[in-house]
Write a protein that binds this ligand. Structure first.
Ligand code: HEM
Length: 184
């Protein structure tokens, strides 16, 4: 997993908790990298899982909720770092439909070793969209946070229902997006 994901995670922890919390997390986890992340490096994604687990233990917040919150943070950072991707889409559905074939495709050009999920998207009329997430890393909660924050970015009221198709492993998950106020 790219270092930018780790540096953003630790920045979120520092902003929401404290720099002491960052030090505590790094100190309490057995990290092969030693915890000295650079944004261009590549690290084992299980280090992120360990850091989330430690934060969950120290704060009492469930790990899934922390990963979801991190997804929202990351999307807001992406809107600042990569405004062109957002300008290229007129709304939430258009943007999300482009993640697989355009956004992540560009990411892969930049970082050939990126470990990216796959998304199958189906837009159904004007107000419904399904996204099916697949990744061996099981970061569906991250995807959920990214999706919710995308709707916030475009100022749209969208509900997201989550169905885990992998028995709780979060590796294969369907997201059903509905524009709120739309007829059933
Ligand atoms: C401008 C927008 C975006 C950029 C620049 C971006 C970029 C990236 C990068 C750099 C990674 C890390 C790859 C690695 O560590 O090897 C990543 C992973 C990921 N991205 Fe995106 N992404 C964007 C939008 C989204 C959106 C909207 C979603 C969800 C619908 C999404 C879902 C994910 C997930 C779930 C992962 C974690 C890896 C996994 O689950 O296997 N991304 N993305």
């Amino acid at each position: 997993m790219k270092g930018v994901v780790f540096t953003e995670f630790l920045e979120m922890v520092e902003a929401q908790f404290s720099s002491e919390m960052v030090e505590e997390l790094l100190g309490s986890c057995e990290l092969a990298s030693g915890g000295a992340y650079t944004s261009i490096g590549t690290y084992d994604h299980r280090e992120l899982v360990a850091l989330v687990g430690a934060l969950s233990e120290k704060t009492g917040a469930p790990g899934g909720a922390l990963v979801h919150e991190f997804g929202r943070h990351l999307l807001r950072r992406f809107t600042v770092g990569f405004p062109g991707f957002f300008a290229a889409a007129r709304d939430t559905f258009a943007f999300l439909a482009q993640v697989e074939g355009y956004v992540h495709a560009e990411v892969r050009k930049l970082y050939p070793d990126a470990e990216l999920p796959t998304f199958e998207c189906r837009v159904d009329g004007h107000d419904r969209m399904d996204m099916v997430y697949r990744s061996t890393r099981g970061f569906a909660d991250l995807a959920h946070g990214l999706i919710v924050a995308t709707a916030e970015h475009y100022g749209e009221a969208i509900t997201v229902e989550v169905e885990d198709l992998s028995g709780g492993a979060r590796t294969h998950v369907r997201f059903e997006l509905r524009k709120r106020g739309a007829a059933e």
